[in-house]
Structures are given as C-alpha cells and as structure tokens.
Design a protein around this ligand. Structure first.
Ligand code: PGA
Length: 238
C-alpha cells in the first residue's frame, strides 16, 4: 500500500494536531480506508518526536465489515491498529470499536451508541467519502436519523472494497455509526483525494441534500471542514 504524504495529508494533520493541543482529552472518531493514511503517518511521526501526546484522548472506530475484526487482513480495525493505535501506543481502554463478529449486532450498535452518549458525544470526527457518496457505511438511501446500525452494503462498496483485501472477499454487510452521530459530532473533517472522488465531492458540496447522496448531509453541519486535493475538487464550481 502506498502512503502519499501530500499537502492534503499535511493540512489535515495540522488541523488534528491543533485540535488535540486545544483539547488534549478529545474523543475522536477515525475511519479506516486509504485516504487518511498519509495523515496517520504524519501524526505517528510527530508523536514519536514527542511533539504531541495522545494518551489522554480516546478513540472510536467509524465502521467495520460485518464478520471481521482486527485480526482480519483488510478490516477497518486492522488498518487503524497497524497505522495508528499500535505505533502511537494507545491504551486498549481508550479505544472503542464495533465487535463486528458479535452474535448480536443490534446489541453491539446500542453498546456503541451508549459509549458515545457516556462521553458526551464525539468531539472530532474524520471522514473519507466513497465514490458512491457513502460516509462510513451509510450507503445511498440510508435514513439520516439513524444512530449506529447494520446495513446491507451497496453494490459499489462491495466492488470498490475489494481494494483492501489480498484475495477476492465476500462483502455483504457493514456496521457503522449513523449520519445522526456524524451530524452531532462537534467538528467534522472530510478528506477526499483523487479524480475518482470528484463526482461524489461535487454532489456532496453543491448538490441537493438527499439520502441518495449520504455525504450531502454534511451541508447541514455547521462545523464541517472539507479537505480536498486538486483532483477531487476538479468538478466544483465555487
Ligand atoms: P478510501 O475509502 O479512503 O479507501 O477511498 C473511503 C470510503 O469509502 O469511505
């Protein structure tokens, strides 16, 4: 996997560092996916140099493929542990993740809702966007008023998601925080890079707010920052 530590990664890194310096005990939601990997790598280097301390922060994972955990190659948790939590030496007690292997996934959703409520909500949420406009696994058509839930994955996600796995993998369901929790997060940063995201980015920023384009819900968030590289921003008018 290639990690590009480009300007987008750098700006997002700076934003997160500034945020955590202001709020050292921040409750932060980070996503898996390839887009934030450059930012994670910059955060790890910075922390290793002793420039920032994440030991008072706590973290929650955005989503997971149903049936996978941190020991499955390509799972969201595996990515997060390998690229961020393990190198940063984050205590296990400060990390919250869906158990997507649970026999009672509904119960798991309520457990995660409860974690978020007990922390008084998420302070900072970092998001990527799917080529189909999904946020986490909030796929096109998802009601905006859902909290954590299990969802049948969109066909696009099943195909595009193969990029995370070494072998062809059957992907059918996801477990994810809901759009309601995205909108209730204090500060949201959405990152997108590459021309394959340009159409979704345009619809998110300039299109109508509709659950057919889940990322368009972010237009309703008053403290949401969209961080783009030139390719992802290419179709924007404004
Ligand atoms: P990506 O995934 O960062 O690997 O492009 C983003 C997403 O599908 O939400």
């Amino acid at each position: 996997m290639q990690v590009h530590r480009n300007e987008l990664s750098q700006k997002t890194f700076e934003f997160i560092v500034e945020y955590v310096k202001q709020k050292p005990d921040a409750f932060i939601c980070f996503p898996g996916g390839n887009t934030p990997l450059g930012t994670y790598s910059l955060l790890v280097d910075y922390a290793k140099r002793g420039e920032i301390d994440f030991s008072s922060c706590s973290f929650i994972g955005l989503d997971e493929w149903v049936g996978m955990d941190r020991h499955d190659d390509g799972s969201c948790q595996e990515t997060m542990y390998n690229t961020l939590f393990t190198p940063l030496n984050i205590k296990e007690s400060n990390i919250y993740f869906f158990d997507a292997k649970s026999v009672d996934l509904e119960d798991e959703c309520r457990r995660i809702d409860e974690v978020i409520s007990s922390k008084g909500g998420i302070d900072l949420m970092l998001l990527g966007i799917g080529v189909n406009g999904h946020l986490g696994f909030n796929e096109p058509g998802v009601p905006f008023d859902l909290s954590a839930h299990v969802i049948e994955l969109d066909d696009t996600t099943k195909v595009v998601g193969q990029k995370y796995f070494k072998e062809e993998t059957t992907l059918s369901k996801g477990i994810t925080l809901g759009i309601k929790q995205v909108l209730q997060s204090d500060t949201v940063i959405l990152m997108a890079n590459g021309e394959n995201k340009a159409t979704a980015v345009k619809a998110m920023v300039e299109g109508e707010v509709t659950n057919q384009m889940p990322a368009s819900a972010l237009q309703k968030h008053e403290n949401c920052y969209v961080m783009l590289d030139e390719e992802a921003a290419a179709q924007l008018k404004k």
